[in-house]
Ligand binder design. Structure first.
Ligand SMILES: *[C@@H]1O[C@H](CO)[C@@H](O)[C@H](O)[C@H]1NC(C)=O
Ligand SMILES: *[C@@H]1O[C@H](CO)[C@@H](O)[C@H](O)[C@H]1NC(C)=O
Ligand SMILES: *[C@@H]1O[C@H](CO)[C@@H](O)[C@H](O)[C@H]1NC(C)=O
Ligand SMILES: *[C@@H]1O[C@H](CO)[C@@H](O)[C@H](O)[C@H]1NC(C)=O
Ligand SMILES: *[C@@H]1O[C@H](CO)[C@@H](O)[C@H](O)[C@H]1NC(C)=O
Ligand SMILES: *[C@@H]1O[C@H](CO)[C@@H](O)[C@H](O)[C@H]1NC(C)=O
Ligand SMILES: *[C@@H]1O[C@H](CO)[C@@H](O)[C@H](O)[C@H]1NC(C)=O
Length: 545
C-alpha cells in the first residue's frame, strides 16, 4: 500500500532512475485498486483465503518462523556513509532511507573532490599569475629548446586525448540514450498490455452488468462483487494509463535534455581543445587567456557532472540488483515491498481458485439448462415447454473438474471460443408468447443469456491467471527479471561510458589548458630569444641567456 509520503518521495527519484518509478507508481496503483475489492467469488474474507494487504507476506513469513527480511543488494551497497561519520552503511537498497542516498552520493566524491580542487586551485594559480604579470614587471626567462619541444608534444598529446574523450562521451551518450529509450519502451509496453487486458476484463464484466444475466446465473453476493470489481478494474486501468502517459512524457523530456546537454558538452570540449591548440600555436596570447578562463569553469562543471553520472551509474547498478533479488525472493520482506504492494501468494491462490469456482458454476448452470430444458422434448404445456425440437444442442465444455483441476473437453462439447458460433444454428424463431414456431431448441432470449454467461465465464477463465499474477506481483517480478537480464547490462555499461567519457575529456582538456599557457610562454620566450640572438649577431655580443 502506498502512503502519501512514499508517493511524494518518488517523483524526485524519477530523475535518477525511472524504471523503479514507473513500475511501482503505475502497477502499484493498479494492484492497490484491485486489492481493495474482492474478485468475483472472493466475496468475503470469511469463506475463503482473506486477501490481506501489504504486510500479508511478512506476516506469513513470521508465522513460519525464520527469515523474514532480505537486505537488497547488500554487497553492492556496503559503502561509507558521510551522514553517519563515515561508518559503513548496511541497510541495502532502500530509496526511502536517507543514509542510502547519502552513501551512494558519496561514491561520486573523488570526482566532486577533483572538481573542487581544480576550481579553487587553478583559480588561485590564475590569480597569482595575474598578480605577477601586473606587479613583478617583466622578468626575462631562459629559453630551452627541449622545454619548448616537450610542451608542444604534451600539448598535442592532450589535445588528442581530449578528442578521444569527447568521442567516448558522444558515443556513450548515444548508447545510453538508446538503452534508456529501449528500457522505457519495454516498461511502457508492459503497462499498456496490462491496461489492455484490464479493459478487456472490464468489458466482459460490463456485459454481465448491462444484460442482467448475472441475476439468472449467479448468486446475489457474487453479482454485487462483479459490479464493484468492474468499477475498480476500470479506474485502475485509467490510473495506470494516465500514470504511464505522464511518466513517459516526463521521462522522455528528461532524457532528451540530458542527451542534448551531453552532445553539446562533447562538442564544446572538442571545440575548446582544438581552438585552444590552434590559438596557442598561433601565439594569440590574449585569446588563449580568455579560453583558459572559460575552460577553467567548464572543466570544474564537467568533472562535477561526471561525478553525478558516476553516482547515477551506481544507483542503476544497485537498483538492477535489488530488482533481481526482489524478483527471486518472493517470500522475503524487502525495502521494495514498502513501495510495491503485493498480496501473499496464498491469498492470490485463493483468488484464482474462487474465480475458477465461478467459472465452474456458470458452466454448470448453462449445461443444466441445455441438458434438462433445451434438449428434453417436454410434453406440450409443461412449465419448461416452448416447443423445442430438432437436433440436440451441444453442451459447453467445462475447463475444470469439480475439484478445480484442469479438465479436457469431451467429444461433442463446445469451447468458450466458439460456443456462440455453434449455438447460433440451434436458435428458432419465436411467436409473441416466446414459443418456437420453427425447428430449434433455443429461443433468441435464451441464446443471448447463454452467450453472456459464456462471455463471463470464458473471460474469467482467460483472465483469472492474469489477475492473480497482477495481485501477487508475479507479473511485476517477470517484468523486473526481463529488465535485469535484458536492459540492465546496457544501462550499466553505457552510463559508465558517459561518466568515463566526461572524466576523460575533462582531464584531457584540463591538462591541455595548462599546456596552452606553458606553451604560449615558451613560444614567447623562444621568439624573444631569437630576436635577441638575431640582434646580438648584428653587433652587440652580450645577453644571450
Ligand atoms: C529462508 O529460509 C529458507 C529455509 O528456512 C531458505 O531455503 C530460503 O532461501 C531463505 N530465504 C531467504 C530469502 O533467505
Ligand atoms: C479481449 O481479448 C480478446 C482476445 O484475447 C480479443 O479478441 C478482444 O477483442 C478483446 N476485447 C477487447 C474489448 O479488447
Ligand atoms: C527503509 O528505510 C526506511 C527509512 O529509514 C525504514 O523505515 C525502512 O524500515 C527501511 N526498509 C527496510 C526494508 O530496511
Ligand atoms: C437435471 O437433470 C439431472 C439428471 O438428468 C438431475 O440430476 C438434475 O437435478 C437436474 N437439474 C435440474 C436443475 O433440473
Ligand atoms: C470450435 O473450435 C474447435 C477447436 O478450437 C474446433 O475443433 C471446432 O471445429 C470449432 N467448431 C466450429 C463450429 O467452428
Ligand atoms: C412447434 O414447432 C414445429 C416445428 O418444429 C412447428 O411446425 C409448430 O407449428 C410449432 N408449434 C407451435 C405451437 O408453434
Ligand atoms: C461476448 O464478447 C465479445 C467480445 O469479447 C462480444 O463481441 C460479444 O458481443 C459478446 N457477446 C455477448 C452476448 O455479449
Amino acid at each position: 500500500m502506498l502512503s502519501s509520503n512514499q508517493i511524494s518521495r518518488l517523483p524526485s527519484f524519477l530523475f535518477i532512475f525511472f524504471i523503479t518509478l514507473l513500475s511501482p507508481v503505475g502497477l502499484a496503483s493498479v494492484i492497490d485498486h484491485i486489492e481493495s475489492t474482492p474478485i468475483p467469488g472472493v466475496v468475503d474474507g470469511s469463506n475463503s483465503g482473506a486477501v490481506s494487504r501489504g504486510n500479508g507476506r511478512s506476516l506469513l513469513q513470521d508465522n513460519n518462523g525464520g527469515n523474514s527480511s532480505l537486505i537488497l543488494a547488500a554487497d553492492r551497497t556496503h559503502r561509507k556513509d558521510p551522514s553517519d561519520k563515515l561508518n559503513y552503511y548496511t541497510g541495502g537498497w532502500n530509496i526511502s532511507n536517507d543514509h542510502y542516498m547519502s552513501s551512494v552520493a558519496f561514491t561520486g566524491a573523488p570526482l566532486f573532490f577533483i572538481a573542487a580542487v581544480w576550481f579553487l586551485g587553478f583559480g588561485v594559480a590564475l590569480l597569482l599569475v595575474c598578480l605577477c604579470c601586473c606587479c613583478c614587471g617583466k622578468t626575462r626567462y631562459g629559453y630551452s629548446r627541449s622545454a619548448y619541444a616537450l610542451s608542444l608534444a604534451f600539448l598535442a598529446l592532450f589535445t588528442v586525448a581530449a578528442i578521444i574523450g569527447s568521442a567516448v562521451l558522444y558515443t556513450g551518450q548515444d548508447k545510453f540514450y538508446g538503452s534508456t529509450r529501449d528500457t522505457m519502451d519495454f516498461v511502457v509496453a508492459q503497462a499498456d498490455s496490462t491496461v489492455y487486458k484490464l479493459r478487456n476484463v472490464s468489458s466482459v464484466l460490463a456485459v454481465a452488468k448491462s444484460t442482467g444475466v448475472a441475476q439468472i446465473f449467479l448468486p446475489k453476493d457474487v453479482q454485487n462483487s462483479i459490479d464493484r470489481v468492474d468499477d475498480t478494474i476500470n479506474s485502475a486501468a485509467n490510473t495506470l494509463e494516465t500514470e504511464t502517459r505522464n511518466n513517459k512524457r516526463d521521462i522522455l523530456r528528461v532524457i532528451d535534455v540530458v542527451s542534448q546537454t551531453l552532445i553539446i558538452l562533447a562538442a564544446v570540449m572538442l571545440g575548446l581543445a582544438a581552438l585552444g591548440f590552434l590559438l596557442s600555436i598561433l601565439g594569440l596570447q590574449f585569446l588563449v587567456y580568455i579560453l583558459v578562463i572559460l575552460g577553467w569553469i567548464l572543466i570544474a562543471a564537467t568533472f562535477f557532472l561526471s561525478g553525478v553520472f558516476l553516482v547515477l551509474h551506481n544507483v542503476v547498478g544497485d537498483t538492477c540488483v535489488a530488482m533481481d533479488q526482489w524478483a527471486k525472493h518472493p517470500e522475503a520482506h524487502t525495502a521494495l515491498d514498502d513501495i510495491i504492494p503485493c498480496v501473499d501468494p496464498q491469498a492470490a491462490r485463493a483468488v484464482l481458485s474462487e474465480s475458477k469456482e465461478v467459472t465452474f458454476q456458470m458452466v454448470g448452470v448453462v449445461n443444466r439448462i441445455i441438458n434438462n430444458v433445451s434438449n428434453v422434448n417436454m410434453p406440450t404445456g409443461s412449465p419448461a415447454w416452448y416447443n423445442q425440437s430438432g437436433p440436440l444442442v451441444p453442451s459447453l465444455c467445462n475447463p475444470f473438474n469439480s475439484d478445480k483441476t484442469d479438465r479436457k473437453c469431451a467429444a461433442g462439447e463446445v469451447e468458450f471460443s466458439n460456443a456462440t458460433e455453434v449455438w447460433k444454428s440451434y436458435v428458432c424463431k419465436v411467436s409473441a408468447k416466446n414459443v418456437c414456431t420453427t425447428v430449434g431448441r433455443l429461443t433468441p432470449d435464451l441464446y443471448g443469456q447463454m452467450n453472456t454467461a459464456v462471455n463471463i465465464s470464458g473471460g474469467l477463465y482467460h483472465y483469472g491467471p492474469f489477475l492473480t499474477e497482477l495481485l501477487d506481483c508475479t507479473f511485476l517480478r517477470g517484468t523486473f527479471n526481463v529488465i535485469h537480464d535484458d536492459h540492465c547490462p546496457d544501462l550499466s555499461k553505457y552510463s559508465k561510458w558517459v561518466y568515463i567519457g566526461l572524466a576523460l575529456a575533462s582531464a584531457a582538456v584540463m591538462f591541455s589548458l595548462i599546456f596552452w599557457v606553458v606553451y604560449a610562454r615558451e613560444r614567447r620566450h623562444r621568439k624573444y630569444t631569437k630576436l635577441v640572438d638575431a640582434r646580438s649577431g648584428l653587433g652587440t655580443p652580450s645577453q644571450s641567456k
